[in-house]
Structure formats: structure tokens, C-alpha cells
Design a binder for this molecule. Structure first.
Ligand SMILES: *Cc1c(COP(=O)(O)O)cnc(C)c1O
Length: 398
């Protein structure tokens, strides 16, 4: 991977015609440091947020040894790259063949489930093995989340006791896991979920539970979504733990995806045409900008002008169209850029390390990209003392 001091240097030297991902190893290490220092227990990385090999290796070398995987290809990817990584199969619905292969071919011992049927599948397909860690996925409110995940997975709290008792007999270790929803804006969501866990534990005093896994959902920073400091999430989780019966007994797990990787990559795109307030750029919703189109995410942006002279023009809101011929390849933003932005300019779009490149398809032939590493800090960060949005005015390179 080529290395540059800053994205601007690359633009001026190379004037790339394809989208270029800028990987920031230092930002990745900073995020890992925060999670491993603040959460005693296991920090599992949710691989789906970004499975790029440089991300997986970067996380591992920075201190993440546990990976939350959801499919055999994800298992093969992590195993191939990091033979010593510990894998947990946290998808609550798996094919029988996937369970068998995970257990027998790849040594996976941790499996999630949210129904009696899935528990029976896991027990049968692992040959009634006695070394399983069984994690019950609980349904919890996702109301503080920008991207709720409830509805599809999770057992209703009132039905959890029966399943926990059944799993206690089948597994060596037993855990409860939940997901408060991605990009959760209110730390209380974790204490509310833990209170539900507490009620369940109270109803089964003779069933020992070994692990409590608070899942993912930790937020990142976007121009119109400024969450409380991550320290407040830690506090809410600690308070939730303190309220549990036998609170000191449980091993702590969490499964961040977005918060570990979002800041670690930006993408440099090129403006191919301007029509009034619409910019036609060379990446879009079939590329790394799925969430900018389909979820209406606004990302931090800054102009990089490849020619000398720069601009001190005032900022103006712009909308983007992506490179494919599909009209839903559209990103409403608005994205704030200098009003004289023009064809041939470049835009750096930040916070695309999570759920960015991993969503890329080859539709219409626009899947050719490049990745470089840069030393420059990310466009915005949650890992300073206090989170703050950067005034995009200050980000314009002139
Ligand atoms: C997606 C997912 C995560 C990560 O969620 P983020 O919101 O990216 O932190 C964690 N656990 C499970 C089971 C998931 O499906």
C-alpha cells in the first residue's frame, strides 16, 4: 500500500481517476486503544463493518484478538489471515452445514441462537459436543438507534428463561447477548437492555450465566449525528452491570463494528460534472456510499483542489449523483462545499471506514478502486477528550 502524508499530496501528485480509499492506521489504533482500555473483558470486532484485510490485521496487531463472524466466508477470511484469532459465530440463524464446518473445520466453539430450533441445530451439528459457548440473543429496544436492528433477531425477554435453562444443559458456557441497534445515540439504551437482562437473571436463580455481551451499536461522529462522549456509554454500561444480580460474576463481552473502524478510512472522489447544486462524482450508492443514499447519511466532506490557487468561496449545500446510470444512485446530503466547486475538483469524504467499501458492488463497471495509507488525522474524531464536529470551513484546502 502506498503511503502519503495527506490525501492532498496524493491528489496533486496523481490526480486519480478512480475513487481512492485513504486508510489511517493511527486512527484505527486509537479506537482499539479506547475500547481495550475502557472495557475489561473481551472486545470482539464485528467483521461485517469492514472486512478488508488491512483492517483485520491492523485491529489484530493493535490488540483485538476476538472476531464476531456471521458466515463461513467471514470465518475463512479471518482464519486465513489471522490463524490465532478467536472466532465467535454470532449470527442467530445459521445453516446446518455452516455450523458443522465452523465447528469441525475451523475450531469455532461460540455460537449464538435465539430459538429452541437453532439451539437444537447447534447441538446436533456439533455432535453434542461438550465444549460449546452458547450465547442467547435477546430482543431489546432499539429506539435510540439510527439504524435499528430489532425485529429480525432476538428472543422476547419473557421467553428467555426456558431457552437459557435448555442451553445450560447443552453448553459448557452460557451467555446473553443483545444489540441495541447501530449508531445508538443514547447511552441509556445499554442500561435499559441490561435491566432487562437483570430481570431474566432474577427469574432463573439456579441457572448460572457466565457471559454478558452488550453487542455493538457504539456510535461514530457525523455532521448531523453528534452523540454523547463514548465515556458516557462506558458509564451507562457499568451502571447497568452494577444492577445485575451477582454483578461481579459475569465475563464482559462487547462487539463494536462501526466505532472501531469508521474513522479509519475516507474516500477521495472526483467531480466529473457539475449541474447547479448537483455534483456527479465517481463513487456512489453502489460503491462506498450506500448509507449516504439509502439511509440519508451525511458524511463530513472537504474540497481538495488539484490546481494551485485554491478557493476562499463561501460554503453552499450540494447534492451528489454517483457514477452508475441508475437514478437511485443519489445522495441527498446536503454536503457543504465551497460554492465554486467545479469539474476536476476532488472531495474527501470522511467516516467511511464502517459500512463503506464493504457495500461496494460491481454494478455498471464502477468497482475499480485503490487504497493508500495516510498519516493525516481523520476528518472528525470521537477519540479526543470531547467529541465535536469539525467546521467544514476549516477543512477546505486552498
Ligand atoms: C452488526 C453487528 C455488530 C456491530 O454493530 P455496530 O453497530 O457496527 O457496532 C455487532 N454484533 C452483531 C451481532 C451484529 O450483527
Amino acid at each position: 500500500m502506498e503511503d502519503y502524508d495527506a490525501p492532498d499530496e496524493l491528489v496533486r501528485q496523481r490526480r486519480p481517476d478512480i475513487p481512492v480509499t485513504c486508510f489511517r492506521p493511527a486512527a484505527l489504533e486509537g479506537a482499539v486503544r479506547w475500547f481495550t482500555q475502557n472495557f475489561p473483558g473481551k472486545v470482539l470486532y464485528a467483521v461485517k463493518a469492514n472486512p478488508a484485510p488491512y483492517i483485520l490485521s491492523g485491529l489484530f496487531h493493535a490488540g483485538i484478538k476476538h472476531f464476531d463472524v456471521a458466515s463461513i466466508p467471514e470465518i475463512e477470511l479471518v482464519r486465513g489471515l489471522l490463524p490465532e484469532a478467536h472466532l465467535s459465530f454470532m449470527h442467530p440463524v445459521k445453516s446446518r452445514q455452516a455450523i458443522e464446518r465452523a465447528y469441525f473445520d475451523y475450531g469455532v466453539r461460540d455460537f449464538a441462537f435465539d430459538s429452541l430450533e437453532e439451539l437444537e441445530k447447534i447441538v446436533t451439528c456439533t455432535g453434542k459436543s461438550k465444549d460449546l459457548t452458547l450465547m442467547l440473543r435477546l430482543a431489546v429496544p432499539n429506539t435510540a438507534s439510527e439504524l435499528p436492528l430489532s425485529g429480525k433477531f432476538g428472543i422476547a425477554p419473557e421467553k428467555a428463561a426456558t431457552l437459557l435453562k435448555a442451553a445450560r444443559k447443552a453448553g459448557k458456557r452460557l451467555g446473553i447477548t443483545f444489540h441495541v441497534g447501530s449508531q445508538t445515540m443514547d447511552p441509556q439504551a445499554y442500561s435499559t437492555a441490561l435491566a432487562l437482562v437483570g430481570e431474566i437473571l432474577q427469574s432463573i436463580p439456579r441457572t448460572r450465566v457466565d457471559i454478558i455481551d452488550v453487542g455493538g451499536g457504539f456510535p461514530s461522529l457525523y455532521p448531523d449525528m453528534v452523540p454523547p462522549a463514548l465515556a458516557d456509554y462506558k458509564t451507562a454500561i457499568e451502571q447497568g452491570f452494577d444492577q445485575l444480580p451477582h454483578s461481579g460474576r459475569y465475563e464482559f463481552w462487547c462487539e463494536p463494528g462501526r466505532a472501531l473502524v469508521a474513522e479509519s478510512c475516507s474516500v477521495i472522489v472526483k467531480v466529473d460534472l457539475r449541474k447547479d447544486d448537483v455534483l456527479y462524482i465517481n463513487d456512489g450508492t453502489y460503491g462506498s456510499l450506500f448509507d449516504a443514499g439509502h439511509m440519508g447519511f451525511r458524511y463530513p466532506v472537504r474540497l481538495i483542489r488539484p490546481t494551485p490557487g485554491g478557493t476562499d468561496a463561501a460554503l453552499k449545500p450540494f447534492r451528489f449523483y454517483g457514477p452508475t446510470c441508475d437514478s437511485i444512485d443519489y445522495m441527498p446530503g446536503p454536503f457543504s462545499l465551497p460554492e465554486d466547486v467545479r469539474e476536476g475538483d476532488y472531495i474527501e469524504i470522511g467516516q467511511l471506514g464502517a459500512y463503506g467499501n464493504t457495500m461496494r458492488t460491481g454494478f455498471n463497471g464502477f468497482d475499480v478502486t485503490e487504497t493508500v495509507s495516510v498519516k493525516a488525522p481523520p476528518l472528525t474524531t470521537m477519540y479526543d477528550d470531547a467529541p465535536e464536529t469539525t467546521d467544514s470551513r476549516e477543512l477546505i484546502i486552498v
